[in-house]
Design a protein around this ligand. Structure first.
Ligand code: TMP
Length: 204
């Protein structure tokens, strides 16, 4: 039986990454074999593309094409074989991030993503997408508190991140059965209870 494909999304500073490993362990405790991965990245080549994408200034269409190139590699080498084996794949970001960042944030025409999405994964969508949502000022504060070097996207202005957030919420509105919005502005234990509830009802 094909495994399930769960993706995590949200603006920078939403705290989603800390829940990825936790969810994988929770699923493993329920007998699933789980692959944890991320985008851009997840393969040797994908991680090299990630380093470029997160650091180098580049034309918006180059950025979008490289995101999808890394995704094609990721699907071919990791995601599709894992799902075919019956493993579950928990992925930190996927195509919804391109809609939110390159579309919402940077304003690239969405018709262009539709072509790339069709090309790269016509027959595959996540079974469930967990969208971690919280107000911009809380997310920004978390990033400042983490006190590390900011990548190219984190360095963008507040209005960029506001557009990313809105684009994510619009996408959740357009795909209500796949994308579930998680209120990320609450204590960790409350978020985990919510994650258990959502994943149990959607996937188990
Ligand atoms: P991360 O910080 O969640 O690991 O994600 C890396 C950055 O890449 C994040 O700021 C969002 C950005 N990104 C895009 O702009 N488009 C995409 O398609 C993906 C997957 C990520």
């Amino acid at each position: 039986m094909r495994g399930k494909f769960i993706t995590f999304e949200g603006i920078d500073g939403a705290g989603k990454s800390s829940h990825v490993e936790w969810l994988a362990d929770w699923l493993r405790a329920r007998g699933k074999t789980v692959q944890v991965t991320r985008e851009p990245g997840g393969t040797e080549l994908g991680e090299k593309l990630r380093a470029l994408l997160l650091a180098e200034p580049m034309h918006l269409e180059t950025e979008t094409l490289l995101m999808f190139a890394a995704r094609r590699e990721h699907l071919a080498r990791l995601i599709e074989p894992a799902l075919a084996r019956g493993d579950w794949v928990v992925c930190d970001r996927f195509t919804d991030a391109t809609y939110a960042y390159q579309g919402g944030g940077r304003g690239l025409d969405r018709a262009k993503f539709a072509v790339l999405e069709h090309w790269v994964h016509e027959h595959l969508q996540p079974d469930l997408t967990l969208l971690f949502d919280l107000p911009l000022d809380v997310a920004r504060e978390r990033i400042v508190l983490a006190n590390r070097t900011l990548d190219k996207f984190e360095q963008e202005r507040v209005d960029f991140h506001e557009r990313v957030r809105l684009a994510y919420l619009e996408r959740a509105h357009a795909h209500p059965s796949r994308i579930r919005v998680i209120d990320a502005n609450q204590p960790l234990d409350k978020i985990r209870v919510k994650l258990e509830e959502v994943v149990s009802s959607a996937c188990l």
